[in-house]
Design a binder for this molecule. Structure first.
Ligand code: CMC
Length: 428
């Protein structure tokens, strides 16, 4: 028999159905709560609110489990590539070789942005943050594709998704080149996804960048590990915008803005800045941790803690290992890595972090890899955005294709002034 939940309000009992997910997660279905009782639920920051039923990504934060479409992240990280994972997330199945080839060919076909987009880039002052440029330029890119502005059509969605995944990489590289006053570098058909990004970032018109396989693999892994993470702040933003039936490019541009903040995707930049600050102070991290615990200046251990994970973030384990492997292959010794490892060890044994179940998250070690590759810290969150794009697209598709999807529109408990008469300006 299906389970129900009983709620007692003003002496009356109401029953609500319980929804059980395929992994056993339970939720009380309160969709008709207000209509039946006059009450709403209050859940600031949505810590207990399921905003949708989704088939894309599963997380068990207590056990530190992450699966894309049912596949454990550890197995995907070991045996797959970012492009295959993008296909998996968006279309729900691992691509066969012909499907992968077709999707890769689409990515190649769409890698060039419209030449007029260069004039848009020229309008930004030098030193503009690449995340600001990326968000604006994704929206602008949509203007060059009339079909994007039309109603959602399943038949052309693969093309639109491929165009966005491919062009976000070109736009990101151009944003970096613009922020440094460097000439834009065009993509090359012969390169695969991640190779092409590195080429557009670091080649010069008179000299091609040397593509080190260790670097290509590490960056591809970073993209893959960021590809989706269920209903986080930016993905919820994308779903919110999509629910109004805004187009794919507008919804993704909104996702970039949500990702930018230091409590979300901006944390990878903040981690490196924190580690550099600790290094400059000649601290081994212990003085900094004391400041965090004393809440001195609201200091936080960036790259630690997560709304959902109350255990190790499985992505952090994979990235930490990849970081060691890549630095070793490149023969780099980065003192920031030593500080990060010491911070992690100390924090994991400190009652403040233990009691609050604060563990390293995906951002704690990713910045050290990106820094070793030569990617400047203001580009770290852009890298996160390139990686997260397939997840945003998959969630956009899920919203648009859902037969019972309505515009997202939360309610509130009003706590402002009660009704009062207007006072003319001369009487105030
Ligand atoms: N350093 C010190 N204290 C922390 C930290 C931290 N990194 N994270 C949480 N806490 C404390 C927090 O002050 C609170 O303490 P108390 O209960 O005494 O007030 C307690 O732990 C619970 O934290 P919270 O802020 O209520 O947790 P939240 O779920 O609202 O926030 C978070 C989650 C990720 C925003 C937060 O842990 C944080 O700010 N971490 C640092 C930023 C960061 O690394 N963000 C990247 C997240 S992973 C990538 C992504 O998906 O975006």
């Amino acid at each position: 028999m299906s389970q129900t939940a009983k709620l007692e309000l003003e002496g009356k009992t109401f029953e609500f159905p319980v929804i059980v997910g395929t992994e056993g997660e339970k939720g009380v279905d309160v969709r008709d709560l207000r209509a039946r009782t006059g009450y709403i639920t209050y859940d600031e920051a949505y810590g207990n609110t399921g905003s949708c039923q989704s088939r894309i990504t599963f997380i068990d934060g207590e056990q530190g489990i992450l699966r894309y479409r049912g596949y454990p992240i550890e197995e995907l990280a070991e045996g797959s590539t970012f492009v295959q994972i993008a296909y998996l997330l968006i279309f729900g199945k691992l691509p066969t070789e012909p499907e992968r080839q077709r999707f890769s060919d689409l990515l190649t076909d769409y890698q060039m942005i419209h030449e007029d987009m260069k004039f848009h880039f020229e309008g930004f002052p030098s030193g503009s943050h690449p995340m600001a440029m990326l968000s604006a330029m994704i929206n602008a890119a949509g203007c060059f594709i009339p079909e994007v502005m039309n109603r959602y059509e399943p038949a052309i969605f693969e093309r639109q998704a491929a165009r966005l995944i491919s062009q976000v990489r070109t736009l990101a590289a151009y944003a970096y080149r613009k922020s440094r006053g460097l000439p834009a570098i065009y993509p090359k058909r012969k390169y695969r996804y991640t190779q092409n990004f590195l080429h557009m970032m670091f080649s010069e018109p008179d000299e091609d960048y040397h593509l080190d396989p260790a670097v290509v693999d590490a960056l591809d892994l970073i993209f893959l590990l960021h590809a989706d993470h269920e209903q986080n702040c930016s993905t919820s933003t994308v779903r919110m915008v999509a629910s109004s039936r805004a187009n794919l490019f507008a919804s993704a541009a909104a996702g970039v803005c949500a990702l930018w903040g230091p409590l979300h995707g901006g944390a990878n930049q903040a981690v490196i800045e924190m580690l550099e600050e600790i290094q400059i102070q000649g601290d081994d991290g212990s003085r900094f941790l004391e400041r965090v615990k004393q809440r001195d200046g609201h200091a936080k251990l960036m790259g630690f803690g997560h709304r959902v994970y109350k255990n190790f973030d499985p992505r952090a384990r994979i990235i930490k290992k990849a970081c060691d492997v890549m630095l070793d292959k490149m023969g780099i010794h980065d003192p920031l890595l030593d500080i990060a490892k010491k911070l992690e060890e100390t924090a994991l044994n400190d009652p403040y972090f233990v009691e609050r179940k604060l563990y390293p998250n995906v951002d704690f070690y990713s910045g050290i890899i990106l820094k070793a590759i030569g990617i400047p810290s203001e580009m770290f969150t852009v890298i996160f955005a390139i990686g997260r794009m397939p997840g945003w697209i998959a969630n956009y598709k899920e919203v648009i294709e859902s037969s019972d999807s309505r515009i997202y529109r939360p309610r509130q408990i009003y706590q402002g002034e009660i009704q009062r008469p207007y006072v003319p300006i001369e009487e105030r």
